[in-house]
Design a protein around this ligand. Structure first.
Ligand code: NZQ
Ligand code: ZN
Length: 385
């Protein structure tokens, strides 16, 4: 196992009715900015629950944070932060809103030239406004990690800091009942790929991390399709298991002390930046191809994945790996997401664009060994045609 530091101080309030916890979690003397997206929280009653819980607080609101939040939109929040002396951000929404809140919180106290540098130059910052979160879409893990992804002019860039990790997060599975099938699928697939990217590398004998990851993968494989099936999709136990899996997949626990390979995400971000494809749908296209192209480097873990996650133990090594990859693709198909570039009307001609964007963003040494060069990324994309 590799050396690691691990701390996750986000206080989780899990279960039905927990939005009421806001009344005590948000400091009573705070000047709160409630930030949210395009209005789903008004249609499903979450907004009203927040309003009720904050009835004794001083709060303002900023809406319109879009999926794959844009820098220009987020910068508009700075005016109200200044004019109303905001000192606390409450994000109410999916990963885009929580990520957006993180950027808003860091930009508000940024002392450098331009907050864009936080993304473009990975500029350091020493202060950020405190953040709380009410999560409405289980997927990203953003509610209890320090990561954020922001887009400007098609450049989709991540930043990370413990200063923007939410102090608390409310996870009420009932609020996920209003999600469309597409968003449920996206969430399950995103959490699945987060787990894989911290698991499917090379072995460092991290037994705890491996078995936690295998448990999360199996839970998502079992519960994901149920959330799309008419008889079971409203089952709150299904929703709860998916929601907690998604949080656990990217709260730092399973990634502590093990190598990580975020190549699927980094290549996927270019697909979203250039062509507007939903985040999770980029991952379901890229991941099977990463498994195929990186088969030798990941051989040992692919065999472990085949045996422990899919119970594939028959046949020689090649056959077992083939079967594990096939089952992964089948799972994505069952979750109704694309597994090929051609499924989203992209082809060979688009690969140059993607590779040059990877280069422009410095994504030239990806993977657990840093050996996924632009040439290897090209192979991965070609394999996904
Ligand atoms: O904007 P509203 O009206 O809220 O609608 C949203 C949005 O249209 C809707 N929605 C959310 N909760 C709902 C709901 N609709 C009905 N009922 C509900 N309960 O769903 C749509 C998509 O929301 P979004 O927040 O964009 O989805 P997701 O949570 O998948 O977040 C995706 C973003 O997170 C980033 C992605 O790159 C992408 O920008 N990621 C963040 C990560 C992190 N912070 O650690 C890691 C991830 O890998 C990912 O990169
Ligand atoms: Zn993701």
């Amino acid at each position: 196992m590799l050396n690691f530091n691990f701390q996750n101080p986000t206080h989780i309030h899990f279960g039905e009715g927990q939005i009421s916890a806001l009344s005590s979690e948000v400091p009573i003397d705070a000047r709160v900015l409630v930030v949210y997206g395009g209005g789903s929280i008004k249609a499903n009653g979450v907004y009203q629950q927040v309003v009720d819980a904050l009835s004794e607080h001083t709060w303002f609101e900023f809406s319109g944070i879009e999926p794959n939040p844009s820098y220009d939109t987020l910068m508009k929040a700075q005016a109200i932060i200044q004019s109303e002396n905001i000192d606390y951000i409450l994000a109410v929404g999916g990963g885009s809103v929580v990520d957006g809140a993180k950027f808003i919180a860091a930009a508000a106290l940024f002392e450098g030239d331009e907050p864009w540098d936080i993304l473009a130059k990975q500029a350091e910052f020493n202060h950020a406004l405190p953040i709380g979160a009410v999560l409405t879409l289980p997927a990203t893990g953003s509610e209890s990690n320090g990561n954020s992804v922001v887009t400007r002019d098609g450049n989709k860039l991540p930043f990370s800091s413990p200063l923007v990790r939410p102090l608390f997060a409310v996870l009420d599975p009932t609020v996920t009942l209003s999600l469309s099938d597409r968003q449920i699928s996206n969430g399950v697939v995103d959490a699945f790929v987060h787990t894989i990217e911290q698991y499917l590398t090379y072995s460092v004998n991290g037994k705890v991390q491996d078995r936690f990851s295998e448990g999360l993968l199996q839970t998502l494989i079992e519960e994901g399709p149920k959330a799309l099936t008419p008889d079971t999709k409203e089952d709150l136990a299904v929703r709860a298991n998916i929601m907690w899996s998604a949080t656990m997949a990217l709260n730092g626990l399973i990634g502590a002390g093990v190598p990580q390979d975020w190549s699927t995400h980094m290549i996927g971000h270019e697909l979203t930046g250039a062509f507007g494809i939903d985040h999770a749908r980029t991952l379901s296209i890229v991941l099977p191809s990463v498994m195929k192209v990186r088969r030798e480097q990941k051989r040992e873990k692919l065999l472990q994945y085949a045996a422990r996650v899919w119970q594939v133990t028959e046949g020689d090594e090649e056959a077992r790996i083939d079967e594990a990859i096939r089952l992964t693709e089948q799972f994505f198909k069952d979750m109704q997401v694309p597994t090929r570039l051609s499924d989203v009307e992209l082809g060979n001609k688009d690969i140059d664009t993607l590779v040059s964007r990877l280069e422009q963003h410095g994504m030239v040494a990806l993977g657990e060994q840093g050996d996924i060069t632009l040439e290897v990324s090209r192979k991965i994309l070609e394999q996904a045609l």
